[in-house]
Design a protein around this ligand. Structure first.
Ligand code: ADP
Ligand code: MG
Length: 347
């Protein structure tokens, strides 16, 4: 037999490493929007404006009035594993911010043309940095009100194979809107606006009282949902669940109007999904789906959010307790509403 020699082990260059990481967090404009919105939320923004061109494929920018970034930190914010949010293992155990991986900006900048313009509240002037395909091209002073704008243009211009996976601008826009709705439902006090080619498509004014919050929920899920939903607020020891639960009679063919947040983070989780399905099981046909907007809160150290690069999944320390609390709470509420109301279906 021929002698076979091993290939040499080499370190990936930084851009390639970022492009590989981008495969996990930068799938399309909607996933970029999620990361940028999370950064604005972590920066305590009160008002966030999103601009799009071609559903975000040509251009997507997120503008906020948050803390801003120190000019000397701008180049670092674009490097992998650089973050202002965690410094120790202990921080990670009780994470309060949406971000913590320090991966989003470098990943996005490795597959698009990115420009960040930012100014902190205590400095008289801002700074701008531009990065194209992972190569930093300049850092210069620039004018801006306090806050940050991140502009992402020409997504996947340097990785055509990934660009081919994008759909039409209309399809990308609809995913972008879905992400915005999700984040808007978890951040009532923050005002959001989405524009495409300078035309306003979505606007959520800041909601500070329960009527305004209910109005935002109605804007997302429809007036019909609000008329057919129960508001709930339940807690048991350190678990609490609140939100709006659609009546079983108000159901859909698709499970696309289901919003579940764990400590303010939108998640898909098999434990939660199972508890919800089981709670509705006897009152809903197998192929129909309920609508809901639910917020589960628990002490941060009881849930591990560091499971998934896009942070869409979580792991509960005691998933049995979470499951049972959810199931029993929802079950009681649904059963109390008489499962034998006539089935009204919604398109
Ligand atoms: P992470 O959010 O996990 O820290 P990112 O790559 O998303 O990583 O961001 C890197 C850093 O850039 C953040 O830790 C933060 O310090 C800074 N940053 C990014 N976006 C903003 C923003 N909109 N406002 C203020 N700081 C920001
Ligand atoms: Mg981030």
């Amino acid at each position: 037999a021929e002698a076979r020699t091993p290939a040499r082990v080499q370190r990936l260059d930084a851009t390639l490493a970022n492009q590989i990481a981008a495969g996990e967090v930068v799938e399309r404009p909607a996933s970029i929007l999620k990361e940028l919105l999370e950064n604005s939320l972590d920066a305590q923004a009160a008002r966030i404006t999103i601009h799009l061109q071609a559903g975000g494929m040509d251009m997507l920018s997120v503008e906020d009035d948050g803390t801003g970034i120190n000019p000397e930190d701008l180049p670092l914010a674009l490097e992998r594993h650089a973050t202002s949010k965690v410094a120790s293992w202990e921080d990670l155990q009780a994470i309060q911010t949406m971000g913590f991986r320090g991966e989003a900006l470098p990943a996005i900048a490795s597959v698009a043309r990115v420009e960040i313009l930012s100014r902190t509240h205590d400095s008289g002037q801002g700074a701008r940095i531009a990065v194209h395909g992972g190569e930093q091209i300049r850092l210069e002073p620039a004018a801006r009100a306090p806050g940050t704008t991140v502009r992402v243009a020409d997504l996947f211009y340097n990785v055509p194979a990934r660009r081919k996976f994008l759909r039409s601008p209309a399809a990308e826009l609809s995913r972008v809107q879905k992400v915005l709705r999700q984040i808007a439902l978890a951040n009532f006090p923050i005002a959001f606006q989405l524009l495409q080619n300078d035309r306003s498509l979505v606007q959520f004014p800041a909601a500070h009282d329960s009527a305004a919050c209910a109005a935002r929920v109605a804007a997302v899920l429809g007036e019909g949902f609000m008329a057919n939903a129960l508001h709930l607020e339940q807690s048991d020891r350190d678990l609490s669940l609140r939100g709006w639960l659609g009546l079983p009679t108000y159901n859909r063919a698709r499970g696309d109007e289901q919003y579940f947040f764990v400590n303010g983070r939108p998640v898909r989780d098999p434990v939660l999904t199972h508890a919800l399905r089981a709670a509705y099981q006897d009152v809903l046909f197998q192929d129909r789906h309920p609508l809901y907007v639910l917020y589960l809160e628990l002490p941060p150290e009881q849930v591990d959010v560091n499971v998934h690069p896009a942070k869409a999944e979580v792991r509960f320390r005691d998933s049995r307790a979470v499951h049972d609390f959810l199931f029993h709470t929802l079950r009681r509420i649904i059963a109390g509403q008489g499962g034998d109301l006539p089935q009204v279906t919604v398109p």
